[in-house]
Design a protein around this ligand. Structure first.
Ligand SMILES: [Zn+2]
Length: 321
């Protein structure tokens, strides 16, 4: 297995007099997990290093983040497939520090299926999510397995591990000398989204799939209206935040929220035009939608999602009329 890693800062502890912008580098090798690592100093606090472990295309390029501090590692989300979860665990093991906690952004299997591999041999590891996210996982896990295991076969983990600590929105956790605060945002990309902010000055924001940057969106849960409302609200509330780390695609600034907004507006406009007053798209209309979105986003991955969510959005738009 090959993996390119770029460590932009070897310093584990930095005390800075003034804030500076974290830098990010991408590295990818076809067919294997790629890592992106960035580091930054946090004034008067422990400086974390954020390791990004991006899953393979088969594992729908989900990002897991390993936040390394001098005391240990905090994982944010995980991986979908057995192979990608194994690579994530290998990355964690290579850091040779204790796993302090796993934090989940939302209840889709590409984000929690790999938790079992992360906590294997460490059954007491706290796994945190909002109560709403935990509820979605508990309610939908068996359905997701029935739907997706036939496709992923042995790559679907036999055992999934659920959150063992449910916390309220706004709860702040102190982990490894850092503070992590979770914020619930309600239905959006999933039935219950949330995001995590590392440190009070909001220089690291783990937004989960509120943003899928540069890839086609999963819209099958049918909540694009509240999702757009969340994006507009976060655009105001996160103004001045540092780096946004999305559930899929590369990190960036708050403009990632604009990218997601434009994508969803474009998708909805196409569906609205093509549904012709109905709650579903015809097969031909779906083909047109797929061609439309591929033309608008020629470089975006996960194009199988375009057709998958069409009827959910058509139904959502029909109900709004
Ligand atoms: Zn995802």
């Amino acid at each position: 297995m090959h993996r390119i890693e770029t460590i932009l800062s070897a310093a584990a502890l930095l005390v800075a007099a003034s804030a500076c912008t974290p830098s990010t580098t991408n590295a990818t090798i076809a067919g294997s997990a790629a890592s992106v690592e960035s580091a930054a100093d946090t004034p008067k606090r422990v400086a974390p290093t954020v390791h990004t472990v991006t899953a393979s295309p088969e594992g729908i390029v989900v990002n897991a983040y390993l936040v390394e501090t001098p005391e240990g590692v905090v994982a944010i989300d995980s991986a979908l497939t057995v192979s990608d979860a194994k690579k994530l665990r290998e990355k964690l093991d290579s850091l040779k520090k204790p796993l302090l906690a796993v934090l989940l952004t939302h209840g889709h299997p590409d984000h929690y299926n790999g938790v079992t591999a992360l906590v294997e041999g460490r059954p007491d590891t706290p796994i945190y999510s909002t109560a709403e996210v935990a509820k979605v996982i508990a309610a939908d896990d068996a359905k997701k397995e029935a739907l997706w295991k036939p496709m992923f076969k042995e790559q679907w983990p036999d055992k999934r591990t659920f959150p063992n600590h449910e916390i309220a929105s706004g709860t702040k956790l102190d982990l490894g000398g850092l503070s992590f605060t979770v914020f619930a945002v309600g239905p959006g990309e999933s039935h219950a989204d949330s995001y995590w902010v590392l440190d009070a000055d909001r220089r690291y924001v783990f937004v989960g799939d509120v943003v899928l940057h540069g890839v086609h969106a999963y819209v099958s849960d049918g909540h694009t209206t509240p999702w757009l409302e969340t994006l507009a609200r976060l655009r105001r509330e996160l103004d001045g935040a540092g780096v946004l780390y999305p559930g899929h695609g590369p990190a960036g600034g708050v403009e990632l929220l604009d990218w997601q907004t434009r994508y969803l507006e474009s998708y909805r406009a196409s569906v609205e035009r093509l549904r012709e007053g109905r709650e579903k798209l015809s097969d031909d209309a779906k083909k047109t939608l797929i061609a439309d979105m591929k033309q608008k986003y020629p470089d975006a991955a996960l194009d199988f999602l375009i057709g998958l969510g069409a009827d959910a959005v058509a139904s959502e738009l029909a109900r709004a009329h």
